[in-house]
Design a protein around this ligand. Sequence first.
Ligand code: HDD
Length: 713
Amino acid sequence: MATSFQSIPEPDPQSGAEDKQRRLDAARHDPQGTNLTTNQGVRVDHTDDSLTVGERGPTLLEDFHAREKIMHFDHERIPERVVHARGSGAYGYFQPYDDSLAEFTVARFLADPSVQTPVFVRFSTVAGFKGSADTVRDVRGFATKFYTTQGNYDLVGNNFPVFFIHDGIKFPDFVHAVKPEPESAIPQAQSAHDTLWDFVSLQPEAQHAIMWLMSDRAIPRSYRMMQGFGVHTFRLVGADGRGTFVKFHWTPVLGTHSLQWDEAQKIQGKDPDFNRRDLWEAIEKGAFPEYELGVQLVPEADEHRFDFDLLDATKIIPEEEVPVQPVGKMVLNRNPDNFFAETEQVAFHTANVVPGIDFTNDPLLQARNFSYLDTQLNRFGSANFHHLPVNRAVTEVSNNQRDGFMQMQIHQGRAPYHKNTLQGGCPAIADSEVFRHYQERVDGEKIRKRSPSFQEYHSQATLFWNSMAGWEREHIVAAYRFELNKCDHMHVREQQVEQLNHIDHDLAVAVAEGVGVTPPSGTPTPNHGRTSPALSQVNTLYGSVASRKIAILVADGVDPVAAELAEALGARGALPELLAPTAGSVRGSHDADVPVDRAINSMASVVYDAVIVPGGTGSVATLGQDGYAVHFVAEAIKHAKAVGALGAGTGLVARAAAGSARVEVDGDRVVEDLGVVSAPGATGSVPEEFVESFCTALGRHRAWERRTDAVPA
Ligand code: HDD
């Protein structure tokens, strides 16, 4: 996860990211100040009653307004994406730091630091339907459309750097296995069922991506706090036609952070839109998500220097072998105006490339280059989906493609063919800035056979496992156990445990013990012992409290510190909210009203990053009697969150902590233990030391070393 997070240079005003927004203006419709009309622009004076014969008679066929309104409603839905149906999007821009890629690629948006390129990004889950919950255990899509001055470039990636299969012909099988089982349509957006595990335990190539799926990477805290990867090895092409292999990485400025599995499941009920809301609110509040783009470059001459095949999308290039070179930064700074028009109708396609970027023969990528164009025809029912505002290039589009459903352009001229003399030969073939396919010599037999260089399946899963910290391993074992325990067929559990025996024998035994099968009988593959520290979330960025949500629990009689605390935390960029048993305000111990942001029982600790209980004996006594409030604190303790306590609040937090962290309840000291910060003497004002210590704990994201098994929440 190497990053530099430099600032980007002043862009050339002509290349501005606002260009796409200006063009979208033409398609925007604001109902403010308008009158209600039919689709033909005829004003109507009544839209609540159909045209009938008499007050209680039948509706007339001539009621064109009712018919049009209902007809349109009947056709409001389009097919959801067959995968990645659930998603959220935002606009922004990308800009390179410098011209360091200029010697490798003619793609200006990557190599010219004066160019600021507008982007639209859609984040998604894979398996669930459009209305499924956000925080399921799944891969996250990270798809970016760059509206470059050389045409649209789509980088359609995921938050895992590897995929489950290495040939696209298996994609339908894989997706059929992970989707709800066909006879019952159960379970929704879950990998924890027989068919998925049956499939992957019979496809050893899936084991590396499955290891990622069992890790905390599959439950990101936020789209703003996850990495993105192009996954495939692509090719950069320079002005001299030279090719260089490239892997793309997005790294979030806020660090890569995850939820806890118990928490993720609870959020699915408390706020199914958790990640969507987080992205939306952050952008509305001006906390713009930022990601650094990095590249791993491999000269063509080094294609065969690795112990895996560069064309195998189930493999990473370890960052320690080929460092990630920072290239530029993307900032997401604008929410869409309309979810359907923009986020739903955006159409990504891996074959949307621009001069300077080309494919490799990765068989997964080759299949994707067919699938994405094809799937859009199913979604839009027309080949004209590139006319949709969100999909339109900012460059001129001119060719001889004509007609089709929903043609939005009025093509002039009488010669829609090439070559012609009747239109002056236009559209003409340009002699500069054109896309030229990378010239690669290919020859061989026509065969259905995967290269032996793709046929080593487990060593990088072992690398991942070896690179994990103790708590990351605990989460992985727990995830395998959870998932396999949901499988009805014991032989499916056994098949998977046998696979694990090729990754790490101890892991296989630990999982077997938790899922009621005998430990693997076969000879284990010896663990090679190698690690890649960049894979562990221990080595991500920590320290920032920006946009972290903090619940401050109050009731009548609360010490005056509550409001002061909210101000001090807000000044550091965090998002504190005051929660009380009822909404409105509470009466402070200093006899002043303290406004409250939300009622405790309309929220839950799982949607916050941290909880604080200020003092005030009346307030703490009321909260202590409120089972929901006590549970709120205990749950935050259980999920290893930063928890703060001041004055009498320390008593309540000590009770909730159930011995999992030391909480001081007497004296004047500020004490931090395993992410729990207590300041029993702080009643009149908030000690700076408390704020410091609490923000340090919050900036560490979670105190994973806190032992919370005994905490009942
Ligand atoms: Fe895919 C959507 C990412 C393999 C076929 N894929 C889709 C989206 C993302 C990815 C992020 C959602 C785009 C959006 O937000 O609209 N897919 C990946 C990655 C893969 C991958 C990173 C492996 C490296 N996909 C893959 C294969 C195939 C597909 C092998 C088929 C052979 N993917 C599709 C699709 C989708 C799609 C059916 C559904 C909706 C869409 O394309 O526009 O064509």
